[in-house]
Design a binder for this molecule. Sequence first.
Ligand SMILES: *Cc1c(COP(=O)(O)O)cnc(C)c1O
Length: 353
Amino acid sequence: MQITITNAEQLKTKPDENQLGFGTIFTDHMFNMDYSVEKGWHNPRIEPYAPLVMDPSTMVLHYGQGVFEGLKAYRNDKGGVQLFRPQENFSRLNQSNRKLCIPEIDEAFALEALKQLLTVEKDWIPSAPGTSLYIRPTIIATDPFLGVRASFTYRFFIILSPVGAYYAEGFNPVKIMVTKEHVRAVRGGVGDTKTLGNYAASLLAGDLAHKAGYTQVLWLDGVEQKYVEEVGAMNIFFVIDDELVTPELSGSILPGITRDSVLALGRSWGMKVSERKISIDEVIDAHASGHLKEIFGSGTAAVISPVGELKYGDTVITVGDGQVGPLAHKFFQAIQDIQYGVIDAPQGWVEAV
Ligand SMILES: *Cc1c(COP(=O)(O)O)cnc(C)c1O
């Protein structure tokens, strides 16, 4: 399929690279593609970034049938542009599609479309340390129809946003709070997909945590409220003595690509790495007996987010004296160095644009 390109008539003024936040500035162009039952996925095109005009009855607005991805393009020190494991993002987008009854996309074609879009927008990829171009592929149901069924038509789009260094103010630990009142996902549900409603459903617990002075919510499993699942919209890791532990993928946990990268690197460094159930009681006990060394989150936006304090009911524990642990630091540095092309990547992890 040929991708048509329509250039924007006027280009926006580029932002100051040292003042970039997250998710507020969008580039000049976007990728669009449509689906209908008769034509399948068709009309791939790169065109000026613009509002989507849609009928108020458009299905995604009512029933949330939509999925997305998040990844970044990085400028390496030779001026080249690279992606980190992008095939994994498009493969996960299709896993989400299958769960939401959305027709699958051709993963190789989507990656090719992204590369073409990045080529058109190459001047938007910042080069200041820690900055990148955030990429948001999204698919939404577009039938103008009220009634619960899968849509017959869809839009797939990709938008781009230059983003600043996540740790502009330093690599500082965050405070997290366990919620016993709310759950993020349950077995058999859609917790393992990046679908719209999951994030809407997490807002209230996040709000309550903020009001109590905490940055993120630590989610327990939705059945027994016993086992740790995720932190905010990140996966979570514990260092207990010399064991690196992360909850096993149970069906209600999002299979993070950063999570998988931490596991692979940990194994390649000869560490004892476990994907297993870990209860909140085990975490509290490991802290009480002095075995809990570190806690950190993992995800594309922050890469690694060290945890300095955890609250569970009336119990508040300080992790690693509230300082960034050595492993959080080591994983952060290694993954970031791979993403920016400072060190060689494991086979297949880096894709040049
Ligand atoms: C996207 C996401 C993650 C992290 O996935 P990465 O591929 O590492 O960015 C973890 N949990 C949730 C709920 C997410 O949406």
